[in-house]
Design a protein around this ligand. Structure first.
Ligand code: 13P
Ligand code: 13P
Ligand code: MG
Ligand code: MG
Ligand code: MG
Length: 370
């Protein structure tokens, strides 16, 4: 069966700061989505990571479909109404435009969509992050899909032997999508040269090379500042990752995420902190505003989802979390000094711009002393 998996995610308000949506807000979103079950939608789930609500939908419309996107938009609008009524923080934060115009792309929510022909045992994983940027998935996905040190299937499985095709987006580009397609392993160093710059070059998709019609990964790529022209919260990406058989196995994503790679995010979206794997429906903490990621495992048959399995919830992740939090503490001990706080190029959409402009006027140029 041909099925499209869509995940549309937005922050429309949270309790006591940028923590988590209220139960009533979640109910309002769920209600709008559930009304489509058995009609437009084959199946659906609603969950949160920090203050961001993800709507996972399976259906038979193509990616970018107006009716599907409208359901998500209306669900987030219904959530916003509750958020306003309850005085939640950042009510409607990620709904940057007033009117729906055929598609939520460019309106604020994050979107990841993947069209697939179901395998007899279709296994997939949803990654939902908070307090970080779309490039936060670059390193873990690179390690799982291109590095045999982390992904033994690249050596052990004939299905993975040919490697994977990476589609990478230049997210600084604003008119249309600027994309490059590079094959691993032949172009590994070119892929690495781009992906290291997580603010600008973001994995948008990954495809099998042995089965070129099979898409493994879809990542959301929205940069909110490019829509709003100012800081309006972090981009907080989502991704759909198909796993097993012709793709890396679920357990091949463990070591890449256990790294706790430093990513942009944290308080006011302005710092570098390690990405912390957390259970699904974890609120953001008072302790900084840690970049975090949840992973949900599902099986899919005839468009119906079984699951989720909460992939970062088991006890193995506890000592890993301790180590990653220790890394975070080390970084934040140096306060605003780089690289704890991001360079100005990444802060230019925030309030510091005005301060720098005033300072600029106080500079004077003197004759060289040497
Ligand atoms: P099982 O025998 O538990 O299915 O092991 C499968 C496997 O190889 C996991 O990597
Ligand atoms: P989000 O609302 O995008 O999660 O980030 C808010 C923020 O900047 C917290 O400091
Ligand atoms: Mg928020
Ligand atoms: Mg958020
Ligand atoms: Mg955000």
């Amino acid at each position: 069966m041909d099925v499209t998996v869509s995940v549309i995610k937005a922050d429309v308000g949270s309790v006591g700061g940028h923590t988590r949506p209220s139960d009533e807000l979640l109910d309002a979103v769920r209600q709008r989505v559930e009304a489509e079950r058995g009609g437009l939608l084959l199946d659906a789930r609603v969950f949160f990571c920090g203050d961001d609500i993800s709507i996972l939908m399976t259906h038979q419309r193509p990616p970018g479909d107006e009716a599907i996107h409208r359901v998500a938009w209306e669900a987030f609008q219904a959530g916003t109404e509750v958020a306003k009524r309850q005085g939640l923080y950042g009510a409607g934060q990620d709904l940057l435009k007033d009117a729906f115009s055929g598609n939520v792309r460019g309106l604020g929510p994050q979107v990841a969509e993947l069209a697939l022909r179901e395998r007899p045992n279709e296994a997939l994983m949803i990654l939902a992050a908070d307090k970080t940027e779309p490039g936060a998935f670059n390193l873990p996905l690179y390690l799982a899909f291109a590095d045999p040190m982390y992904s033994p299937g690249l050596l052990l499985s004939e299905e993975l032997h040919a490697g994977f095709r990476f589609v990478i987006m230049d997210v600084e580009h604003t008119e249309g999508d600027r994309l490059i397609t590079l094959d691993a392993p032949e172009r590994l160093y070119d892929i690495a040269a781009l992906l290291r710059d997580t603010h600008r070059y973001v994995i948008a998709g990954i495809w099998s090379r042995k089965y070129p019609d099979e898409q493994a990964v879809a990542v959301s790529t929205t940069r909110l500042r490019q829509i709003a022209g100012r800081y309006v919260g972090k981009d907080d990406p989502v991704a759909i990752v198909r796993v097993q058989k012709i793709f890396p196995a679920t357990e091949e994503f463990g070591p890449p995420f256990a790294l706790g790679a430093f990513v942009a995010g944290d308080t006011r979206g302005s710092h570098n902190l390690p990405l912390l794997p957390v259970p699904v429906n974890t609120p953001a903490s008072t302790f900084f505003c840690h970049p975090m990621v949840a992973a949900l495992g599902f099986s899919l048959r005839d468009g119906k989802l079984t699951g989720p399995v909460d992939l970062f919830a088991d006890p193995v992740w506890e000592p890993i979390r301790h180590r990653i939090v220790a890394k975070a503490l080390g970084m934040r001990q140096q306060g605003f000094f780089q690289p704890a706080m991001l360079p100005f190029s990444e802060l230019e959409y925030g309030g510091i711009t005005a301060r720098l402009k005033r300072l600029d006027a106080e500079f004077r140029v003197e004759a060289s002393r040497d």
